[in-house]
Design a protein around this ligand. Structure first.
Ligand code: MEV
Length: 315
């Protein structure tokens, strides 16, 4: 894509967070997974013209990066996202400051890295007078995702760029699902407060798969069956079936070795408080778990039970 011209006016764009409803890890190996956008948590990128070389400022993480200092092979994810976006729009970095802020906790499996990349890509395109399609924003963020963990399936950048619930199979175009969160799907998301980079559990699953392929493929197949059951349940509005599938998916993730005592404790607390289902969500070993309530009032009761059980924050 070649953008028209530098507008040299301030622009701001954002991107949402995400949760994986089911199918994480197995999705890296070609099985389907379902992910949901979280529009209330967002990363934002704002670009203002300045007199200096293009500089990225991220006050939340104390980062200041001047692009002219960086070669094209920079490993800084913010610079990498910006450079990919400039290449995409066919422009050179302008004299401007890009400020990145985010409400999405880092290392919490809520897609903070992909959301920042999508927001940066959108803002740079807008600065040159064009808007990225969801597919373009997703492709751009995928390049940066490869820095965060070596072999990402692409589900995070996809659900974030489309900002719609997705049925995702690696290497295929996503199928957009019609699922309502809130009224239709009373999900509660609770954070263990443990920040774990996704590449660690993803790498451990890879090592286990290399050691004992048959056993790990068996887990992936069982997870794929639960993801199909979950989709049927979503389409029929059968929350009880969805809850059963979530519980069974959590057990398989425990067997894969990507849960941890804190995630298990929050899942147990949710079940004790009557959740229809509970599971860890995303890479694991920390980060977030999700619990399915019966309705909005029950979601509030679950929220309180999870906070009592030690959750650091509940969405
Ligand atoms: C991370 O949100 C989901 C994982 O399956 C990794 C991936 O799909 O790339 C753990």
């Amino acid at each position: 894509m070649r953008a028209t011209a530098e507008l040299a006016v301030t622009v701001e764009r954002s991107a949402c967070a995400k949760v994986i409803l089911c199918g994480e890890h197995a999705v890296v190996y070609g099985r389907p997974a379902i992910a949901l956008p979280l529009p209330m948590l967002r990363a934002r990128a704002r670009i203002e013209p300045s007199r200096h070389a293009f500089t990225i400022v991220a006050p939340d993480v104390g980062a200041v990066v001047s692009l002219w200092r960086h070669s094209r092979v920079t490993h800084n994810p913010l610079a990498r996202a910006a450079l990919a976006a400039f290449e995409f729009v066919g422009q050179r970095p302008p004299r401007a400051t890009l400020t990145v802020t985010s409400d999405i906790p880092v290392g919490a499996n809520l897609g903070s890295g992909a959301a920042v990349s999508v927001a940066i890509g959108r803002a740079i395109a807008a600065y040159f007078g064009c808007e990225l399609s969801p597919e373009e924003a997703s492709r751009l963020a995928y390049e940066v995702e490869k820095l965060h963990h070596g072999s990402p399936s692409g589900i995070d950048n996809t659900v974030i760029a489309y900002e719609r619930p997705v049925w995702f199979v690696r290497g295929e175009l996503p199928e957009l699902l019609d699922v309502k969160i809130g009224d239709g799907l009373p999900l509660v998301i609770a954070d263990t407060g443990i920040a774990t980079p996704t590449r660690i559990p993803v790498g451990d699953v890879r090592a286990a798969w290399e050691r004992d392929r048959d056993r790990i493929e068996g887990y992936f197949n069982a997870i794929a069956s639960l993801v199909r059951l979950s989709r049927e349940a979503l389409e029929r509005g059968d929350l009880a079936q969805l809850g059963h599938a979530m519980n069974a998916n959590h057990v398989l993730l425990q067997q894969l070795g990507v849960s941890c005592p804190e995630l298990d404790a929050l899942c147990d607390a949710a079940q004790a408080a009557g959740a229809l289902g509970a599971k860890m969500s995303g890479g694991g070993r920390g980060g977030n778990m999700i619990a399915l309530a019966r309705d909005a009032a029950h979601a509030q009761a679950l929220r309180e039970a999870l906070l009592r059980a030690g959750a650091k924050r509940v969405v």
